[in-house]
Design a protein. Structure first.
Length: 77
């Protein structure tokens, strides 16, 4: 099955997804200010818990490797 890039881009531009991306970027910037992560360290912030929808504000985070964070994500279809 071929990918529908237009549909994917349309979903990424929805207001809810823009807010979630902004929250992820804000959390990363906050962790950088605290010295927990640095640019280019190949680490990610894992938002603890199951947060597929809704706000990511005030969700606790932990610094993990990219491999560990992606291996714990729910399967995508």
């Amino acid at each position: 099955m071929s990918r529908n890039y237009a549909k994917e881009t349309k979903w990424e531009d929805t207001p809810a997804q823009v807010r979630r991306r902004e929250a992820r970027n804000s959390a990363r910037a906050h962790a950088e200010r605290l010295g927990k992560v640095t640019k280019g360290d190949h680490k990610q912030l894992d938002h603890i818990g199951f947060h597929r929808t809704g706000s990511l504000d005030k969700v606790p985070t932990v610094v993990t490797s990219a491999h560990a964070n992606l291996s714990r994500q729910p399967p995508r279809h």
